[in-house]
Design a protein around this ligand. Structure first.
Ligand code: URA
Length: 236
């Protein structure tokens, strides 16, 4: 592979703008094959050289996509001073500094979480006007009835400026359902059930757009998306 400037490689890896990565280099945070390099113009071969930022390897692969089956008890953030984050669950070979979760699940919510460094895709999946479907399995304290199904379909006042967009509720039992929402408001599903007199006691995300949680993926584990899953997600 052709050699390229280190600052370009770092900027292409979403570490920052060309001038931001120059500052990171100056601070001695970047190593190539174990040696701290401070010169932006230093040439590397991305296919052969091991480039690390703050001790973590930066892959020459541009965009990466991982499906995590999030367990309860970890926060959907890139960093947290007190709590374990979803990124802490990735094995070391997947770790790189530009990863982030696409959207947030509450600390006690489990299930599908996409982790990537593809900002454009994340933006498309989360953009409010795109109304990407997100389906959850939900268990509640209380009874889910046909009236609840109607109320969810009509939209609910959960204390925001606007009522919620129509959501689909598929009854599985009187205290269990599949719910599909097309927005991503703060604690949305918990607040929707609260508005109809139920308390959510279990919430697991099963799908987001075209991406479905792999049922063979144990809680706390992750895997790379397949080429087909990536292609379908890009069509969302
Ligand atoms: N709605 C919630 O209330 N919590 C989540 O984690 C996701 C959707």
């Amino acid at each position: 592979m052709k050699s390229i400037r280190l600052d370009k490689f770092l900027a292409d890896s979403q570490l920052g703008t060309r001038s931001e990565v120059k500052q990171l280099l100056k601070k001695g945070l970047v190593s190539v094959n174990g040696e701290i390099i401070r010169k932006p113009e230093f040439k590397i071969d991305p296919a052969a050289d091991r480039v690390c930022f703050d001790g973590k390897e930066i892959s020459s692969q541009q965009e990466v996509y991982y499906m995590l089956n999030k367990p309860a008890g970890v926060v959907s953030a890139t960093r947290d001073n007190h709590e374990r984050t979803v990124l802490d669950l990735l094995p070391s070979q997947y770790q790189r500094p530009d990863l982030f979760p696409v959207g947030r699940l509450d600390k006690d919510t489990t299930g599908l979480l996409l982790i990537t460094n593809d900002g454009a895709l994340s933006h498309r999946l989360l953009a409010p006007r795109r109304h990407v479907d997100k389906t959850y399995f939900v268990r509640v304290n209380g009874r889910i009835t046909e009236d609840t199904v109607t109320a969810f379909r009509q939209g609910l006042d959960i204390g925001d400026d606007k009522i919620t967009l129509p959501a689909d509720l598929k009854l599985l039992d009187e205290d269990q359902a599949l719910v599909t929402i097309r927005e991503g408001r703060f604690h949305q599903i918990k607040r929707m059930f609260h508005a109809v007199g139920c308390e959510v006691i279990g919430l697991k995300r099963l799908s987001m757009g075209s991406l479905t949680l792999d049922e063979n993926l144990p809680e706390g584990s992750c895997r790379e998306l397949t080429a087909e899953e990536i292609a379908l997600l890009r069509q969302n």
